[in-house]
Design a protein around this ligand. Sequence first.
Ligand code: AAO
Length: 478
Amino acid sequence: AKASRKVQEPGVTASLWEWSWRSVASECPRLAKIGYDGVQVAPPQDSVKRTATGNGSDAYLHPWWEVYQAVDYGLTSRMGDEQQFRDMVTDCREAGVKVYVDAVINHTTGQGNLSYGGKSYTPYTYADAGYVPEDFHYNVGACPSADGGIADFNNKTEVWNCNLVGLEDLRTETPKVQATLAAYLNKLLRYGVSGFRVDAGKHMAPADLDAIYDRLRPTVDGKRPYWALEIGAGSPGVLSPEAYTEHGDVLGLDGVKQIYGAFRSYEGSDRQGDISGLATFGSGSGLTRSSRTMSFVTNHDTNHDAANALTYKEGDQYLLATEWLLADGYGSPQVFSSFTFGADANQGPPSDDEGIIDRASCSNGRWTCDHAKAGVAAMVRFHQYVGSAGKRHVDDDEQNVLAFSRGTKGWAGFNNNTSARTITVKTGLKKGTYCDTLTGGESDGVCAGTTVKVDKKGRATVVLPARGAVAFTKKDRL
Ligand code: AAO
């Protein structure tokens, strides 16, 4: 039978970033129960295993970023071994959760000489992957910068051919490199993976990305693999996220900044911003179109950039923003969930002395488990229930308050102020008493939290808690 050209859609995913394979496997039944369609996992290929620390900010022997330095495409990593990876994919699929992989295909490593898989290497020579010096842009004179690095992020030749932060840049335009990378991705697809987050997508020419994608087999479900390109914000023209939407979905990194700007405003602060301004979030606010975007409040990079993104450290505000994004419907929303860390942004996940990551626990304070928090889980269900129903009855009259319906299927109101607000709005829903899903929800016809009365004109007066929200759908009618 001819393979379908239909691309796997990710739906709602959780990024259980740097969770070990065994931990992801045991979490998948809960992800399914909450209503997640998929899980995204950290880079599984073999990577550098550091043997010494550096100076100043390079004090961690096993920082989180080791896994972004590929050595070969064996699947022994900080998160587990190849069998554990395969078992995780099988277990998650059996639970009904699809698995997406962070694919590091732009470069190899830029330091060290030993990998988690026990392989030794020297710069530009990786026997197990089959790479020799001529497989890298730097060694064939293709990078024009003086030191081989990217000096100008607005210059496409440098961005595509030079070494990003010293990471050895592969000649992704050659059939040999393309075949090597496609063999890696095809192995993952054979194991049941449904698609990829393409790391450093901006650092590969679009034609190279297309050529690699064209070499991919279908997923085990007979679809074209999902392909989400990481296009770091801020570069113009052919390097812009918009330009790359011709070649895949893109990560909503500009959206991260808009969300941050809107939420990090509160009474009595000198920081300005206003969540009511998110009424037009999406293509209406200059972002890539919804159908081409994976949206999120933060990811593993912006998580360390508290000046430009909301992170778990903001607590209620981070959760409120996550809940709002799930209600809004822009893009394919992804909820980031990983480990807690201190002041040094290089700190790695809880692990043993060898860098092997501990089992994730939602009760020892080392893992945020934001994907499973009650409010987030309730809004995943809301998101799935309202589907593609349009945003209607938008109420953005008051500072830091935003409310809207999703067609006639659900209504949600958000308040980013530090005290409660009462609003009277059109809900789009029919007359009745509804149970707010965020303050406890309903079971056996009894509502644990707030109830909202909708009159025969579809209007309701709702009290939005401080830094909180109220949301209900048609099926929450008592
Ligand atoms: C580590 C060490 C390095 C060492 C290297 C090699 O830290 O000192 O040289 O090893 O030995 C991660 C870590 C790196 C780490 C690396 C490898 O973040 O610190 O290096 O693993 O272990 C650019 C890229 C984008 C990239 C991002 C970090 O375009 O692809 O930098 N993200 C991915 C991953 C990331 C990973 C890698 C790539 C490498 O998600 O985790 O690195 O595999 C501007 C540019 C962007 C640029 C950013 C950040 O953006 O336009 O393209 O992203 O700067 O440098 C506003 C501005 C916008 C700016 C943005 C920054 O939006 O408008 O212009 O802020 O937030």
